[in-house]
Write a protein that binds this ligand. Structure first.
Ligand code: CTP
Ligand code: MG
Length: 279
């Protein structure tokens, strides 16, 4: 099976409140999108990477990913007006040979490579739509009409079977293409768009499978999250970064450069070479 990852990085990051798009924000010397790309590829599960970038910054994103010397072809496309539209733009450039698609948010910059592999394995073993999720630790209440700064509590929802869902989400290519086509009308604004790709699959009545997520795959939304990411990367993830990410990428690069692979080596950021690279 041949697997593409679509890395969504075209958002503005309004809630983070920086001058530049969130995916380009620095975290310990690397942009968030570069961290996410390295961790996706270090899983060994990805044959091709497609990145959605903000319209004005597509060249910058391509440049900083080229600097990572990733051992897979990288294509950068301009994102759309919603996350859903950005994913659709990524799906539109996938070569024919791709039969598994992982969709990941650059905002989940510290995703463990082992989680990426777990999702990909679940798809390859026959689940056509897979999401990672973690148990919810807060008590969840359903509320009525919000007025002023309050709202009446209607019910307490049992959290035993609730999961907070993360990315990467993995799909058979045929299914995710079909789900995005069916949900296309929703993509025109973030207000109507699906907030994850599995929701589009659920909407066409196909079952979605959940696997264990990972705490470190948390989404960086606010300044507080960015501070938490910095703490993680300089703390408990510092060793993983060297032993699991750097080391895995070095191994994959040397495999790519071995004599058997040289003839097939594609040019980076060259969409035209992608079909050839993965066929
Ligand atoms: N994203 C995208 N295209 C969009 C909107 C979002 O590719 N039109 C990507 C973001 O770059 C991010 C992921 O989708 O990696 C999840 O979105 P979110 O965390 O909401 O990021 P932003 O939309 O950038 O942040 P905000 O909502 O605070 O503006
Ligand atoms: Mg957003």
């Amino acid at each position: 099976m041949t697997t593409a990852a679509i890395l969504t990085a075209a958002g503005s990051g309004a809630r983070l409140g920086r001058d530049e798009p969130k995916a380009l924000v620095d975290l310990c010397g690397r942009s968030l999108v570069a961290h996410a790309a390295r961790r996706l590829v270090a899983s060994g599960a990805v044959d091709l990477l497609v990145v959605t970038a903000p319209r004005e910054r597509a060249d910058d994103v391509a440049r900083l990913l080229a600097a990572e010397d990733l051992p897979v072809p990288v294509t950068v496309v301009e994102g759309g007006v919603s996350r859903q539209a950005s994913v659709a733009a990524g799906l539109a450039v996938l070569p024919q040979a791709i039969d598994v698609v992982l969709i990941h948010d650059a905002a989940r910059a510290l995703v463990p490579p082992s989680l990426v592999a777990r999702v990909a394995d679940a798809v390859r073993s026959g689940h056509r739509a897979v999401v990672p999720g973690v148990p919810v630790s807060d008590t969840i209440k359903q509320v009525g009409q919000v007025s002023g700064d309050g709202a009446p509590v209607l019910a307490t929802v049992s959290r035993e079977r609730l999961r907070a869902v993360q990315t990467p989400q993995g799909f058979s290519r045929e299914l995710v293409d079909r789900a995005h086509v069916a949900g296309l009308v929703r993509a025109a604004s973030e207000a109507t768009a699906a907030t994850d790709d599995a929701a589009l699959v659920e909407a066409i009545g196909v079952a979605v499978w959940l696997v264990d997520g990972a705490e470190d795959a948390f989404k960086i939304t606010t300044r507080r999250d960015l501070a938490a990411a910095e703490l993680a990367l300089t703390g408990h993830l510092a060793v993983d970064e060297l032993e699991q990410v750097d080391a895995a990428l070095a191994t994959l690069r040397s495999e790519r450069r071995s004599p058997a692979a040289v003839d097939r080596e594609p040019a980076e950021n060259d969409a035209g070479s992608v079909d050839e690279a993965v066929s």
